[in-house]
Design a protein around this ligand. Structure first.
Ligand SMILES: [Fe+2]
Length: 498
C-alpha cells in the first residue's frame, strides 16, 4: 500500500525540525476577535477541559501580544494568511516581502512552533477573491509550491529564531474545494510530490477532506470510508503535524437558490456543504477523524484542533468538551508515536527548481485557470477534462458563490455605501454590474492583499465608470470606511479584553 519513500534531503530536514516540536495535544484554532479568548478560556477551565493550545489566526501584532499575555504559559501556534504560496510569480521573490515580515513578527510574538498556511491563494493572475482558491493540481504546480516552501523555510531559519532555539516549521494545509476541482493529479499525490521536494509539514483538515469527497465527485462511485482510506494511502501522512476539524454547511449564498436535491442527500446527491467555521461540526467528520487517527503512518502528529473562529462561546465549549472526552486517548497515542519516530538514513534528492520555460507555462496555466473560474473563458484543456477534474458545479461557483463574495462577504456593499447605492438605484444601475466590473480584467494589487480595502477601492472605481456624477459621494463614503478600518485595526481597539 502507499508508496516507497526515497528518504530525501527534504524529508531528513523535516524530521530534524519536527522532532523539536512538543506535542501540543487537543487545541482550538481561533480568531482573536471572535470568540473573546479570556472569557472562552475561563469557561473551558470551569468545565475542566483546558485546551492544550490555541492556534491563532493572522491579525495585528498588538492583538497577538495581548493573547500571549492572556494565556500564560499555554502553547500558541500561528495560522498565517497572505503568503500566497501557490502563485508562480512568488518564486524567488520572498525576501523582503511585507507579508513574510509580518508573519515573522507574528510568529515571534506567539513563539509559535509552526507557521500554518493554506496551500491556496486569494489573489491569482490579476483577479482577487474573498475566499481561498485551491491550486491547480498538476505536477508543475506542486514543484512550484515546493520551491516556494523551501524559500520561506530558509528565510525563517535566517530570521525567525524562537526563544527555545528552534525555528517555526512551515506547514501547508490542504484547502477546501468549493464546488469544483482542476488539475491532472489526484490531490493526495499532489501533496506527496510537494513533500518529496520540500521539508514542510502538512495540516490535514477533516472538513476540507469531506469537500474533496463531495466536489471531486468521488461520492458517486465510492463510500466515504473507501474514499478516505484510498486518500490516506497516498497522502504523506508522516508529514501531518496538525489535524483540523471545523464545521461545514450549505453556504449562505446557496440556501435559497440551490435546488433542494443538491441540498439534501436524497437522490444520491450529498449535501452541497462547504467549509464553514461558524457552523456546528457534523458527526460524520469525527467518524473520518477516527479513521485518520487509526493510520499507522501518522507518526509526527503534534496537535488536533477544532477550528472555531466566528462560533458562539457556548457551542465551542460544548464541542470541545465532547471532543476532549472522545480524543484524550488520542493525545496519549500522539506521545507514543512521536517517541517512536525514527530518523531514516538519508539517500537524498537535491533541490531542483523549475526551469524558466516551465515557470512560464505554469503562469499561463494559472492565467487560464483564473479566467475559467471567474467565468471569462470555458473550462477546456487537460486541467479541466481529465478524471481528477470536476466541473459539474462550476457554474454554481461562478454565478452564485463568487457574486456573493463581491457583494456580501467581508463587507455588505449596500451597508458600506448606502448613499452611493441609493444613487445607483435611482439611475437604474444594478449592483450585479459590480461583479462583472470586478472580473472585467486582471488588475495588479497595490500593496498587500486586504479584501475589505480592495472592495472599497474597486467600488469607487466602479461608480466612476458607471455613474460619474456619484463619484464624489462614493469617494466620501470610501474615506470614512478607510478611516474606520484603520482605527479598528489600531492596537487599543483591536484588543477586546474583559
Ligand atoms: Fe483548517
Amino acid at each position: 500500500m502507499g508508496y516507497m519513500r526515497v528518504t530525501s534531503l527534504s524529508h531528513k530536514e523535516f524530521i530534524r525540525r519536527v522532532r523539536r516540536i512538543p506535542v501540543h495535544g487537543l487545541g482550538l484554532s481561533v480568531d482573536v476577535h471572535a470568540p473573546e479568548l479570556t472569557s472562552l478560556l475561563r469557561s473551558l477551565q470551569a468545565r475542566q477541559v483546558p485546551p492544550g493550545y490555541f492556534e491563532v489566526f493572522y491579525t495585528e501584532p498588538a492583538a497577538l501580544q495581548a493573547v500571549r499575555e492572556q494565556v500564560g504559559q499555554r502553547l500558541l501556534a500561528y495560522h498565517g494568511e497572505g503568503l500566497w504560496i501557490t502563485r508562480p510569480e512568488m518564486a524567488g521573490a520572498w525576501a523582503g516581502r511585507q507579508e513574510l515580515d509580518d508573519a515573522i513578527t507574528h510568529l515571534q510574538i506567539l513563539q509559535s512552533a509552526w507557521l500554518n498556511h493554506e496551500c491556496a491563494t486569494k489573489y491569482l493572475a490579476g483577479y482577487s477573491f474573498g475566499t481561498y482558491l485551491p491550486p491547480l493540481y498538476t505536477p508543475a504546480s506542486a514543484e512550484m509550491v515546493a520551491e516556494n516552501a523551501w524559500q520561506i523555510q530558509l528565510l525563517l531559519d535566517e530570521r525567525c529564531a524562537l526563544g527555545n532555539g528552534g525555528v517555526p516549521l512551515l506547514l501547508l494545509e490542504m484547502p477546501p474545494l468549493t464546488y469544483f476541482v482542476a488539475g491532472t493529479l489526484p490531490i493526495p499525490t499532489y501533496f506527496r510530490l510537494i513533500t518529496e521536494l520540500a521539508p514542510c509539514g502538512l495540516v490535514l483538515d477533516v472538513g476540507h477532506l469531506w469537500t474533496v469527497f463531495r466536489y471531486s465527485g468521488a461520492y458517486r462511485t465510492r463510500s466515504l470510508e473507501t474514499f478516505v482510506q484510498a486518500f490516506l494511502d497516498e497522502f504523506p501522512l508522516d508529514r501531518v503535524v496538525e489535524i483540523h476539524v471545523a464545521g461545514v454547511a450549505i453556504h449562505e449564498s446557496q440556501v435559497d437558490t440551490v435546488p433542494a436535491q443538491v441540498r439534501s442527500d436524497s437522490n444520491g446527491v450529498l449535501p452541497a456543504w462547504t467549509d464553514a467555521h461558524a457552523a456546528p461540526i457534523p458527526p460524520v467528520l469525527f467518524e473520518m477523524l477516527d479513521q485518520i487517527l487509526a493510520q499507522p503512518q501518522l507518526t509526527n502528529l503534534k496537535g488536533i484542533a477544532l477550528e472555531v473562529d466566528m462560533k458562539s462561546e457556548e457551542l465551542i465549549v460544548e464541542e470541545f468538551v465532547r471532543f476532549t472526552r472522545r480524543y484524550s486517548t488520542g493525545v496519549r497515542c500522539m506521545n507514543v508515536k512521536n517517541d517512536a519516530a525514527s530518523e531514516s538514513s538519508a539517500v537524498s534528492s537535491e533541490r531542483n527548481n523549475l526551469s524558466l520555460a516551465d515557470k512560464l507555462a505554469l503562469a499561463e496555466a494559472y492565467d487560464r485557470y483564473a479566467r475559467v473560474v471567474v467565468g471569462r473563458t470555458e473550462p477546456n484543456g487537460k486541467e479541466w477534462s481529465q478524471s481528477h477534474a470536476n466541473v459539474d458545479e462550476l457554474d454554481l461557483y461562478r454565478s452564485v458563490y463568487l457574486p456573493h463574495e463581491i457583494l456580501h462577504w467581508g463587507g455588505e456593499i449596500t451597508e458600506m455605501f448606502p448613499e452611493s447605492y441609493r444613487g445607483l438605484t435611482e439611475v437604474h444601475v444594478p449592483l450585479a454590474e459590480l461583479v462583472a466590473f470586478w472580473f472585467q480584467e486582471p488588475r495588479s494589487l497595490s500593496g498587500t492583499y486586504d479584501f475589505f480595502l480592495l472592495k472599497v477601492d474597486r467600488f469607487v472605481e466602479f461608480v466612476r465608470e458607471v455613474a460619474p456624477t456619484l463619484e464624489a459621494i462614493a469617494e466620501r463614503e470610501a474615506e470614512v470606511l478607510r478611516q474606520g478600518y484603520r482605527t479598528a485595526n489600531t492596537p487599543h481597539d483591536a484588543v477586546q479584553v474583559n
